[in-house]
Design a protein around this ligand. Sequence first.
Ligand SMILES: NC(=O)c1ccc[n+]([C@@H]2O[C@H](COP(=O)([O-])OP(=O)(O)OC[C@H]3O[C@@H](n4cnc5c(N)ncnc54)[C@H](OP(=O)(O)O)[C@@H]3O)[C@@H](O)[C@H]2O)c1
Length: 198
Amino acid sequence: MNKTLITLLLLTNVLTTALKDTQRVVLVTGGNKGIGKAICKKILETQPDCKPEPRIVNIASASGPNFVSNLPSASDRAWYQNADLTWPDIHSKILETWDAPDYDNTAYGFSKALLNLYTLVLSRSHPSIIVNSCTPGWIATDLTAGMGASNEPSEGAKAPIHCLFGDVGEARGWYFGSDMKRSPMDKYREPGSEPYEP
Ligand SMILES: NC(=O)c1ccc[n+]([C@@H]2O[C@H](COP(=O)([O-])OP(=O)(O)OC[C@H]3O[C@@H](n4cnc5c(N)ncnc54)[C@H](OP(=O)(O)O)[C@@H]3O)[C@@H](O)[C@H]2O)c1
C-alpha cells in the first residue's frame, strides 16, 4: 500500500466518523481566502446547532438583480425567474452569449443572474434539499481590491451562514440580501429595507 492510498483511507475514515457522530458535513468551495475562508472560520468558531438536513447556499451578488433589472424586455426579465426551466435551458443561454462582448462588465451580473435562476431550478428539482442563494454584501477581499469595499469578510459570512444553519422557514430557491432578508431576483433591494414579498 502506498502513502497516498493510506492517506485516502485515513481521510475516508475520518469523514465516515464525522458523518456517524454528527450527521453533518460542510463543503465550502473557495475556502482558502475571502468570504469562503470567513464562512469556514465562523462554522469552526460557533459550530452552529442544526438539523441533519441537506442544504446548499450559492453565493450570488446584487449584480444579478441589477443585471436582470437592466434587461429591456419584460419577457427577458421573467425568463431569469422561471422555475420551470431546466439546466439545459441555462446551459443554452450560456452558450448563446459565449462570444458576446462584456459591455460595462455585464458578464459578472449575467453569471450571478444565472446562478440565482439555477438556485431556483435546483431547488425545484431537488425538493429534499434546502437550496437558496444570497449576496454577501460589499466586502473587502482580493476580488474587490482597490474598489473601496471596507466590510470585513466575517460580515460577508453572515448571510451564507444564515442560509446554511439559520431558520429559513419556507425559503426554497430564494435569493437573500446581505441583511438575511428575502430579496427579489429582478431588482436591487437596499439592505435594511422591507423584505421582498412576491
Ligand atoms: N467581495 C464582495 O464584495 C462580493 C460581493 C458580492 C458577491 N461576492 C461573491 O462572493 C464569492 C467570494 O468572493 P470573495 O470576495 O471572497 O473573493 P476572493 O477573496 O477573491 O476569493 C475567491 C475564491 O474563489 C476561488 N476561485 C476563484 N476562481 C475559481 C475557480 N475557477 N474554481 C474554483 N475556485 C475558484 C478562489 O480560489 P483561488 O485563491 O485558489 O483562486 C478563492 O478561494 C464570489 O462568488 C463573489 O462573486 C463577493
